[in-house]
Every structure is written in C-alpha cells, then in structure tokens.
Design a protein around this ligand. Structure first.
Ligand code: CDP
Length: 213
C-alpha cells in the first residue's frame, strides 16, 4: 500500500518534529526535503553562487551529501532558500521526491511544496504554522544548543527573510494547498501538535482501510 502524508509550512514551525513522530508511529518512511536544498546550498557556498553551479550540484546530488553534519546551520539555511528559488534546481530534485513518496508501506515528506507540487494527491496534507517570534525562539534554542553563536533577533530576521523569499518565488512558492489542514502550533506543546497531526492521519487511514475514500 502506498499512503502519502505531505507536511508543509514556514521555517521552524514544527514540521520536522511532527514528521519524525508520525513516521515512527505509523512505520512510514520520512524524507525531510529541506535537506535536499540545504545540501545544494552548502555545496554552492563552497563552490560559488552562480545559478548554473547550483543546478549542476542539484543534478549530481548523492545520498551521502544528505548525511553531511553541518546542514542545519543558520548560514546553510539562507543558502538553501536562495538555491531553492532557481527553477532548474527544483526540477532536478522532483523525481527523487516523487519516487520516495510512492514507496510501499507509507511515506511522509516535509517541506514547502509537497502538498502543492510534489504530491498533489497525497492522502493527508498538513500546513504547519506558528507565529514568527515563537518559531525564532524554538530555532534559537536548537542552534545555540549546538554551539552556534547567533542572537535570537538574528534568527528572527533570518526566518522572516527566508519565509518572504520562499512564499514570494515564482516556482513552487510556499503556500497551503487548498485541501490542507492548517495546524497552528504557536500555543501548542510538542505533544499536542503531534496528537493533532496523528488524529488527522488516523481518520484518513481508517477511511482508506474501509474503502470509503
Ligand atoms: O528547517 P526549516 O523549516 O528551517 O528549513 P528546511 O525545511 O530545512 O528548508 C530550508 C530551505 O529549503 C527553505 O527555506 C526553502 O527555501 C527550501 N525548501 C524548499 O524550497 N522546498 C522544500 N520542499 C523544502 C525546503
């Protein structure tokens, strides 16, 4: 059986935490698609930032590139969002994501365009949001725990600039699919956010299992 869950939303909204918990609960495979763009962005930082170079990097990306240690830094996040606005970079990464989504046993993908472009027929679509200050606080905590020297204000500024670029680009902009359930986690604990996402998926899984959908 293939069953696809698409989770989109802005930076540090809780998509990753929710996706990992859902994958573990249902035994689904999980792909954090942000890592694809982060891996391209990181290599582009090293090799130069012309769009042709970024496209070449995306076409030659390997699984090993996704395991690189330092993909989650603030600097790489900015670079990721810049290369992600290049249409040929995005198209070089589409087939891999679509194949991942259709695998047997269920898959969950999180990113910006999963419910709209990569998996428009996903069985469940969530769009996870939270207000920018809450997101900046969460991301600041993560980054500073890893030893990154950055202020909360810098994180807030980075997140807002990245959201504007991601939502404003022409190709695959970040937007909730019309049939996505919008989950605002601003006032939720991690456990509450996970419970809300699980409930949405359980409902859909039982309909699918009973042949009602
Ligand atoms: O973890 P966080 O939400 O901060 O970012 P991420 O999911 O790792 O994504 C990093 C950047 O990659 C985003 O700011 C987007 O520009 C880009 N991205 C994208 O364009 N499409 C996706 N499906 C996933 C990420």
């Amino acid at each position: 059986m293939s069953f696809t869950v698409a989770i989109d939303g802005p930076a540090a909204s809780g998509k990753g935490t929710i996706s990992r918990a859902i994958a573990q609960h249902f035994g689904f495979a999980h792909l954090d698609t942000g890592l694809l763009y982060r891996a391209v962005g990181k290599k582009a930082l090293a090799l130069g930032d012309g769009p042709e170079i970024a496209v070449q990097i995306a076409r030659e990306l390997t699984a090993e590139d996704l395991n690189s240690d330092d993909l989650r830094t603030a600097e790489v996040a900015v670079a990721a969002s810049k290369v992600a606005s290049i249409p040929e970079v995005r198209s070089a990464l589409v087939d891999f994501q679509k194949t991942f989504a259709k695998q047997q046993g269920g898959a969950i993908l999180d990113g910006r365009d999963i419910g709209t472009v990569i998996c428009p027929n996903a069985e469940v679509k969530l769009f996870v949001i939270a207000n920018a200050k809450v997101r900046a606080r969460r991301r600041y905590k993560e980054l500073s725990e890893k030893g990154e020297k950055i202020t909360e204000l810098q994180v807030l500024n980075d997140i807002q600039a990245r959201d504007a670029r991601d939502a404003g680009r022409d190709t695959a902009p970040m937007v909730a699919a019309p049939d996505a359930l919008v989950l605002d986690t601003s006032e939720m604990s991690i456990a509450q956010a996970i419970a809300a996402a699980l409930a949405a998926i359980e409902g859909k899984l039982s309909l699918t299992a009973n042949g009602l959908d």
